[in-house]
Write a protein that binds this ligand. Structure first.
Ligand code: KG4
Ligand code: ZN
Length: 334
């Protein structure tokens, strides 16, 4: 049994996993605290993690129906993420592990997003092609086995979720932007505005979203005075379509270029209905299994960190006492 902690961004998370079974998965979202700023404020996130981490750990143990004595090892996200936010999780995990003399397992957050695929129900075991799209990262990964992943493409600028968050802010739709854009898009025409699909004919498996963001800025600027209100849903639907079209194009290109039998989507943007539908169409057409994890396992959570930790390297007490969170956040990726 693994107690896992995740505090790399603005969600304070703790979970207990037993192999591929999730016994508890507690997420305390700070979104409301960051909404007024239109994005995550790192210092605000760190302070809230400090207040929330102990109650969240208690809740995870209580829901799993166990105590610290039943836990075999402690896992924690060490990188990448906001350094002050990571520090809270890493130091909490170190303290708990040291007090109970249990081993500690460092987990790469992105490995965690991929590892959500091999949790129950219907675990998808590697090898598979992973597409991670979140607020901080957008990448394609060749997941050959459970211990790590090979990066085969990534965004050269903004992450897909970051583009959605910034677009939502420009449209006055609040934070987090992805779900807000999805809601607004329901009433809009996805073909109303032709936004560019970056790198659709080149760039290999790399992606780019910053130009798309600028196109939205210009589209808003060029609207007749007072028209934003009337065109907001069309802009949201067209923007969402452009983001998803690029992700779908790169997913299809990766499938064409490799011998894949299965695909897993991960990261907060993988909660997007349009992306899930497009990915399902592509995988069905190509005869490939698609693993879509539940929405609460797409966005940041600690169950996925516990899932990756099963295949991580435990560090025995007291060797982790000297861990420096800042240094560990710069560990090379697996
Ligand atoms: O994986 P995640 O929870 O945190 C990071 O590691 O970044 O992803 C958060 C991102 C945010 O940008 C949020 O706007 C986006 O995921 N997101 C969505 C949806 N739900 C969350 N984007 C599109 N559609 C959604 N339904
Ligand atoms: Zn994430």
């Amino acid at each position: 049994m693994i107690l896992a902690l995740e505090t790399s961004c603005d969600d304070t998370c703790a979970a207990v996993v037993d192999g591929p079974r999730v016994l508890s998965n507690i997420v305390s979202s700070q979104a409301a605290h960051h909404a007024e700023f239109g994005g995550v404020v790192p210092e605000v996130a760190s302070r809230h993690h400090l207040e929330l981490i102990n109650p969240v750990i208690d809740a995870a143990l209580a829901e799993a129906g166990c105590g610290l004595g039943d836990i075999d090892s402690i896992a924690v996200t060490t990188h990448p993420g906001l350094i002050g936010a990571l520090l809270v999780g890493v130091n909490s995990a170190k303290s708990l592990a040291a007090a109970t003399r249990k081993p500690l397992i460092a987990v790469d957050h992105l490995h965690g997003h991929l590892a959500a695929a091999w949790l129950e129900p219907d675990p998808l075991e590697p090898p598979f092609l992973g597409l991670i799209a979140s607020g901080g990262h957008t990448l394609l990964a060749a997941v050959h086995d459970s211990t790590g992943y090979e990066l085969i493409g990534q965004t050269l600028d903004d992450a897909a979720g970051e583009a959605l968050d910034k677009a939502a802010r420009m449209l006055g739709l609040g934070y987090p932007g992805g779900p807000a854009i999805q809601r607004e898009a329901e009433d809009g025409d996805p073909g109303a505005f032709q936004f560019p699909i970056a790198m659709s004919h080149g760039g290999g498996l790399d992606l780019s979203f910053s130009g798309l963001k600028t196109s939205l800025l210009y589209a808003i600027r060029d609207l007749p005075e007072g028209e934003l209100e009337a065109r907001r849903a069309d802009l949201a639907a067209s923007f969402q379509t452009a983001v998803v079209a690029q992700l779908a194009a790169k997913l299809e290109r990766a499938l064409k270029g490799g011998e894949w039998n299965a695909v897993a989507l991960g990261g907060g943007v993988a909660a997007n209905t349009l992306l899930r539908e497009r990915a399902a169409e592509i995988c069905e057409r190509r005869g490939v299994r698609l693993k879509l994890v539940s929405l609460d396992l797409c966005t940041d959570n600690a169950a996925m960190i516990g899932s990756a930790a099963r295949f991580g390297t435990p560090t025995a007490y007291p060797d982790y006492l000297g861990w420096d969170a800042a240094a560990s956040s710069r560990q090379p990726r697996a």
